[in-house]
Design a protein around this ligand. Structure first.
Ligand code: BG6
Length: 575
């Protein structure tokens, strides 16, 4: 039995400022003020591969507010200079300048590196916070970051059992916390940040001049919980310390150009929206295929009960992409309006019943990769085959609303697939009648019109239409063939490909949550995925698929049952 998801309470209200629910416009949004960016997990992979290089790229392009400093926090003792030296090769390798690195980039790095600092401490322990707070405040003072320096006092030592710091009401500088640590450390660190008194953001709402007060915000990485209950618990922990407006749940897919362009395509053009409904759309496919395997991430994350393709990709990235494709038009381009429409869409999803999950989903895990001499998933180091963790997941989803009733949305994601591909296929219905039948032309063999939004590796949009083959005439072999209208983003608009993290971090510095997720979005997307995650039958039926293929046969069967097929691109095809 399918049932519509329930409507969370916060959606029903247009709440008062400071309550944290949808409908609140954050103050000072849109202006990038200097701040201390505190990265918890400074020695981690994400910091090295994505965060520092993104901040460096922002600095190079002159948009990182003057005075902003970065403080990496990790347990390993290290000096500022040692930390900078460790980061330098990653910047060279991963920044947008990689490949064309020259003297100018060396100079830019040297200037940026002066903004980067390091603090050794275990942020999961409250007694690490007095020293950390002292360091944050000192950096802020040195950089002229705090607007109410007189109000700042150094933090008093936290004695055992005292959960509130005496300086809680004294004001803190602008701080952007970034949680890039193992998910089991999220809650302790958030709690400690709260107890340290560093967060005074909430007091902005009750001041005569809120804009004169500093802000403290937090970016939190995925995985955001492992199911709806754990996500709700994490949301509560965040809510005890941060306003919802100060909480930035990151999804790097929302920072991708083409994902944002879905909104532009749909709502800056008048020609698509009239077609965008069950009247004209047959079905929609969202695919995120990767050629890489899980490798060393298996032991600590992927096979730990927190990973698997459904949790890792579908619940987060793919549902976000789908939301932008399927939501109603927001009234304006701002965080509240967009989040409200996404939540409304998720809450109209038909949640699969326990018995439906095996029919509406398919799980697979990759076999050995002979070409690369890499093992099957079950033989990756640290994997327990009995867990049946999926490296491929496909689900079929429907929405119980006027626009999409009866239109299936198929989502799939897999590792070790035939190609690296992230795309949305909007497949239209055939024309209602075939006037060319008198010429012996059959519409059936060719797919009907479709729009493909290519998100990666190339960015573009293509529209597949039928055209008359030139030269053929009525009665003499009149022929119709498929052709493609193509918009290649890079060729048309040019410019450097931007790493998704940079613009997202800058948005958080500006207080703009448009490309971040509201707590209700996260919880409802878990509710959509839970029946599949919990289905023993689905997990028992997990299939091994050949590395380098398009996934398990059960996923093909999911569409074949509906008389449809996945769009598995071939090099020679008209997409
Ligand atoms: C991450 C997942 O969020 O996204 C990874 O944890 C995945 O497993 C990655 O490889 C894919 O991102 P992208 O931008 O390469 O499609």
């Amino acid at each position: 039995m399918l049932r519509p998801a329930s409507q969370p309470e916060s959606l029903l209200l247009s709440p008062a400022p400071g309550t944290g629910a949808v409908g609140v416009s954050p103050l000072g949004v849109g202006h990038a003020e200097p701040c201390v960016v505190v990265i918890f997990g400074a020695s981690g992979d994400l910091t090295h591969r994505k965060l520092i290089r993104s901040l460096f790229d922002l600095d190079r392009s002159g948009v990182l507010p003057k005075g902003t400093v970065i403080l990496g926090v990790s347990r390993t003792p290290m000096s500022d200079d040692a930390f900078r030296d460790k980061l330098a090769p990653s910047a060279r390798k991963f920044s947008a300048a990689a490949g064309a690195w020259g003297k100018a980039h060396d100079d830019a790095w040297a200037s940026f590196a002066r903004r980067v600092h390091y603090h050794a401490g275990d942020a999961a322990q409250l007694d690490a916070f007095p020293a950390l707070s002292e360091r944050i405040n000192a950096l802020a003072r040195a950089g002229g970051i705090s607007r109410s320096a007189g109000a700042m006092r150094s933090i008093a030592p936290v004695s055992a059992g005292v959960r509130k710091c005496p300086c809680a009401a004294s004001g803190s500088p602008n701080i952007l916390f970034y949680l890039s640590v193992s998910p089991n450390l999220y809650e302790p660190i958030i709690e400690n940040i709260g107890a340290s008194g560093l967060v005074t953001e909430g007091k902005r709402w009750c001041s005569i001049d809120p804009a004169a007060h500093s802000w403290q915000r937090i970016i939190i990485e995925k995985p955001f919980g492992v199911d709806a209950a754990s996500a709700a618990s994490l949301n509560r922990a965040l809510g005890r310390v941060f306003e919802e407006e100060a909480t930035f749940r990151i999804d790097h897919y929302l920072g991708k150009e083409l994902v944002q362009n879905i909104l532009v395509m749909r709502f800056a053009n008048a020609i698509f929206e009239p077609l965008w409904s069950s009247r004209h759309v047959d079905h929609v496919q969202v695919t995120a295929a990767e050629t890489v395997g899980v490798g060393s991430r298996a032991a600590n994350y992927y096979d730990s009960g927190a990973g698997g393709a459904l949790r890792d990709m579908v619940q987060s990235h793919l549902l976000q992409v789908l939301a932008l494709v399927a939501m109603e038009p927001p009234s304006r381009f701002d965080a509240d309006a967009i989040m409200r429409e996404k939540i409304k869409l998720f809450n109209s999803a038909m949640i699969a019943g326990a018995d439906d999950a095996p029919r509406l989903g398919a799980f697979g895990r990759y076999g050995p990769d002979a070409a690369r001499h890499e093992p099957a998933y079950i033989h990756e180091p640290g994997v327990d085959g009995a867990r049946a963790t999926e490296t491929y997941a496909a689900i079929r989803l429907c929405f119980d609303n006027w626009r999409w009733a009866g239109v299936p949305f198929y989502l799939r994601s897999g590792k070790k697939m035939a190609g690296k591909l992230t795309e949305v296929v909007v497949q239209f219905r055939r024309p209602p009648t075939n006037m060319f039948r008198t010429l012996g032309i059959d519409f059936e063999p060719r797919p009907a019109n479709r729009i493909i939004i290519n998100i990666a590796p190339t960015e573009g949009i293509s529209l597949r239409i039928d055209g008359k083959v030139p030269g053929s005439a009525a009665g003499e072999g009149f022929k119709i063939a498929s052709a493609k209208l193509d918009l290649d983003y890079a060729k048309t608009f040019g410019g450097e490909q931007v790493e998704a993290y940079g613009p997202l971090i800058l948005d958080a510095i500006k207080g703009d949550r448009t490309l971040y997720k509201h707590r209700d979005e996260v919880e409802s997307s878990w509710r959509i995925c839970e029946p599949f995650l919990r289905s023993d039958a689905l997990r028992r039926a997990i299939e091994e698929y050949p590395a380098g293929s398009w996934g398990p046969a059960a996923a093909d069967a999911l569409l074949i049952r509906d008389g449809r097929a996945w769009h598995n691109p071939r090099p020679d095809e008209v997409r």
